[in-house]
Design a protein around this ligand. Structure first.
Ligand code: GLN
Length: 605
């Protein structure tokens, strides 16, 4: 099947191609004699797919499109401050080859016109012009994703008529901006302009910038994020010479054009686009190139200032303990405390990108909410900006200062505090892997804070176990001898899935996990039983067959009323048996009620 994107790009090229207005550059012999009709379009995505149309493989000399890349290398070599002391970043509103410097600073106005570009070329590290050039060439090659070469004839031909550039270089030397021999620097600069590329190379170079400095195909990190941001800003305001204003309003992408007829443009995070058509308008920009970009931008919505959907809240749902409960079984008393204080513990599930606006919506939700305990579940979050990490870690600190507390469900550690943050504060954030673990964490905190009156036994006496507590002394005297005391160590399987009903298991101390078989041999944790709970009786609801597996989580002490003993009790002492059944049913209802509540919440959130 043909891609509609390919068809669309071809249609654009077809619409633009009849326009033969404009003139090829004539001041460089090689360009004056070039074929004026070639027309190539290429679009490269940040994941490395390239669409190419027409003469996208026809070679051209890179010319001024080299400027942003040399400037980038100077930034990488010397840093933003050192480069900033030599070259300004103000749009000049002048032609690219103007022999002028800023009247206020005495520096070239920006790196995208010749004065700034010649200065940038001189700022590249290297023992001499040759090495500075070789390093530039290798650097461009990393943006293109292949080794590039120079068109020596183009270099020679431009050198034969480079009086303006020599004049600019001498002016720069005179002004104390250029520290190397001006003629050598011009030679280096003209050589960089003569590097051979094609439209596909240019699209990939632009896509590397769109991809935040990482080549979409090779994965090479060519330029740092900070330098990409700076470079794209300068391209936005200065990339199209004295047509920068028209370009930004009509096309709206950071761009750079060259006198051989190439234009590149970058849509950050999305695509790099390049067009090649040699006839130029009065500003020195490709006529069909500008036209094609205007059409692509408006039809494809590529304008940088296009305001899409408003920033959505990053909070997808907010639930409290009235709607969420962990898989850990609780005593009746604990349930009562959790019910009474359910609104004090909340889980906010976040989604989308956590950039400034998203993080702000989370902060506001938590600040305006009076929940005492807050869990942020960030598993559905996509991009996380540093500012969001800082804000949410700060939010956590403030919760604690307020006597509140918070935790994260963040198995990937995406919200880990950025470097340089106080390590102790960072350590204090509780990070959990699953929603269930987080809800259990909330329950424990609520019980700690509001269930002081509950003595939470780590051990139940046989007589005190809720299942038999209600029995009278006489009934207890009947039941007690039937109970078998058993011990299991951590990891031991207490009940195998598929086994027959083996009796009612009362937990005296320790913890047991009830698990169901999940996909890929994994086990799904259903619930945790602790002192005062029981398990095993659920088999009675499934035809006497144990459907789950029960495993000891630590040293587990049990009292078991075996299946045959229960049967005998049914027959011989129906009154006593009924009392036990009643306790079992109450327990089962409590569990069902919780499960129903939970599935209702799941459906609606
Ligand atoms: N080599 C050309 C020059 O310096 C590049 C200019 C351009 O592409 N606009 O004149």
């Amino acid at each position: 099947m043909r891609s509609p994107v390919q068809d669309y790009l071809e249609a654009i090229a077809e619409q633009c191609s009849p326009d033969t207005s404009g003139h090829v550059a004539s001041y460089i012999q090689e360009l004056a004699t070039a074929d004026p009709d070639v027309f190539g379009v290429a679009l490269a995505t940040v994941d490395g797919h390239v669409y190419e149309v027409g003469d996208a493989r026809a070679p051209l000399t890179i010319q001024s499109i080299s400027k942003p890349f040399t400037y980038a290398l100077a930034l990488a070599d010397r840093g933003m401050d050192a480069v900033g002391r030599k070259i300004d970043v103000e749009p000049s509103g002048e032609a690219f080859n103007e022999i002028s410097l800023s009247a206020t600073t005495g520096r070239p106005r920006n790196p995208m016109i010749n004065a700034g570009a010649i200065t940038a070329a001189a700022l590249v590290e290297g023992a001499g012009p040759r090495e500075r050039f070789e390093r530039s060439l290798a650097f461009y090659g990393r943006f293109a994703g292949r080794t590039l070469e120079v068109d020596d004839a183009a270099h020679a031909s431009e050198m034969a008529s480079s009086h303006r550039n020599l004049a600019i270089a001498h002016m720069l030397t005179e002004a104390g901006v250029l520290e190397h021999d001006p003629e050598e620097v011009v030679d280096q600069y003209v050589r960089q302009c003569s590097v051979l590329v094609d439209t596909v190379d240019l699209a990939l170079m632009a896509a590397t910038l769109a991809n935040n400095g990482v080549h979409p195909r090779t994965g090479d990190r060519v330029l740092s994020t900070a330098h990409v941001e700076h470079l794209l800003s300068v391209m936005t305001t200065c990339g199209m010479y004295d047509a920068a204003g028209d370009w930004v309003s009509a096309v709206g992408m950071p761009a750079k054009s060259g006198v051989s007829g190439g234009i590149i443009a970058v849509l950050p995070g999305q695509v790099g686009v390049a067009v090649f058509s040699p006839r130029l308008d009065e500003h020195g920009n490709s006529v069909r190139g500008v036209d094609a970009f205007e059409k692509m931008s408006s039809d494809m919505g590529l304008h940088l200032m296009h305001v899409g959907r408003g920033a959505r809240s990053a909070v997808r749902s907010s639930l409290d303990l009235a709607q969420l409960r962990s898989r850990r079984r609780r005593s009746v008393e604990e349930e009562a405390v959790l019910d009474e204080h359910s609104g004090r513990a909340r889980v906010h599930e976040l989604h989308g990108d956590l950039l400034f606006a998203g993080a702000e919506s989370v902060v506001r939700t938590v600040v305006e909410d009076d929940a005492e305990l807050v869990v942020l579940d960030v598993r559905r979050v996509e991009e996380v900006a540093d500012v969001a990490r800082i804000m949410l870690n700060e939010l956590h600190d403030r919760l604690r200062l307020d006597g509140r507390d918070g935790a994260l469900v963040d198995p990937g550690g995406r919200l880990a505090a950025p470097d340089g943050r106080d390590a102790t504060a960072q350590d204090a954030v509780v990070v959990l892997d699953t929603r269930d673990a987080a809800v259990e964490w909330l329950e424990e905190r609520v019980l700690e804070r509001h269930g002081e009156h509950l003595v939470r036994p780590s051990r139940t006496d046989a007589r005190d176990h809720p299942l038999v507590r209600g029995l009278g002394d006489e009934a207890w005297a009947v039941v007690e001898p039937l109970l078998e005391r058993r011990h299991h160590t951590a990891g031991e399987v207490v009940l195998e899935a598929g086994s027959r009903f083996a009796g009612v298991h009362l937990v005296v101390s320790g913890r047991a996990a009830v698990r169901a078989p999940g996909p890929d041999d994994a086990w799904w944790h259903l619930l945790t039983s602790t002192a005062g709970m029981s398990f095993g009786e659920l088999a009675l609801g499934s035809d006497g067959r144990q459907e789950t597996q029960v495993v000891a989580l630590d040293d587990l002490e049990l009292l078991v009323l075996p299946a045959d003993a229960l049967e005998r009790l049914d027959a011989d002492r129906p009154q006593v048996a009924a009392a036990i059944w009643r306790a079992l049913v109450r327990d089962a209802y409590q569990m069902t009620d919780r499960a129903l509540r939970e599935s209702a919440v799941r459906e609606h959130s």
